[in-house]
Design a protein around this ligand. Sequence first.
Ligand code: PBG
Length: 332
Amino acid sequence: MRGRFPRTRLRRNRMAEWSRRLVAETRLSADDLIWPVFIQEGQNRRTAVDSMPDVERLSIDQAVRAAETAVSLGIPAIALFPAVDPGLKSDDACEAFNPKGLVCRAVQAVKKAQPGLGVICDVALDPYTSHGHDGLVRDGEILNDETVAVLCKQSLALAAAGADIVAPSDMMDGRVGVIRDALESEGFKNVRILAYAAKYASALYGPFRDAVHSAGPLGAGDKRSYQMDPANGDEALREVALDIAEGADMIMVKPGLPYLDVLWRIKQAFGLPTFAYQVSGEYAMLKAAAREGWLDGDRVLMETMFCFKRAGADGIVTYAAPEVARRLGGAA
Ligand code: PBG
């Protein structure tokens, strides 16, 4: 029979670097990267995030410098996450839609300095609530519709500040449609919605919660009444279908690497721009092992990027975005 060993030797194509390059099925470039950046108040201030090696919270002036780095490395977009002062957290999360709040000022500064860089803003209340939940709480219940009304105000404030993409990461039902209607009726017709459609109740968000100071307020609380059960896959397809019907332009799957099956299914089923979020815990695990010398962090990092691409990701949100871009031969 034709095609059998020794005529067929799959190793032939792998024998040389040039032929491996020739037959590679996926490509990675800086165009595939989104860089999440933590911001804080202050001037010329950079504060280390202990659980995330090489990641810092940046004051706005430093975030503007980071934006410049992103542009010089060819990274198309950054995502801003605020570590707001504890005194601004409240039960009604009103700081979330303050047009003079930290995120809105950061968006303005970044867009002014780098108009060609995409700016993504999270839509969720957890940086602003005194209890660390993504929504308003009454009698122990995370309120859906009341929260969506606040998310709407938050989205409008972010859009008015110049955000290119609002990214609801809160998993409230119906939020995408209500936000889309509000954006349309207020004249923000070009603001894109990146829906965190398949967001799981994951313990891998721990370091992120340290970074934005929401770990303390949340305490032993968990987000399982709104974020998805890691046991479920079909349900992710329902979430995505709804978000598309409600007007999402792009979809996020989160966490990343342990959820590649979900990413694959979503990309196959819907074919719209689908991003994977390599979350803080994934980043921390990799960096911690690399620091111990237990694995080659650089190579594992690049390997994970190709895994995302192979599974169908149109882009990857990663704290290592500048590092990846540099390895790919970026300028800065
Ligand atoms: C807020 C939000 C979280 C992350 C992104 N947006 C935390 C959470 O849902 O508790 C996590 C990102 C990461 O771990 O890197 N809704």
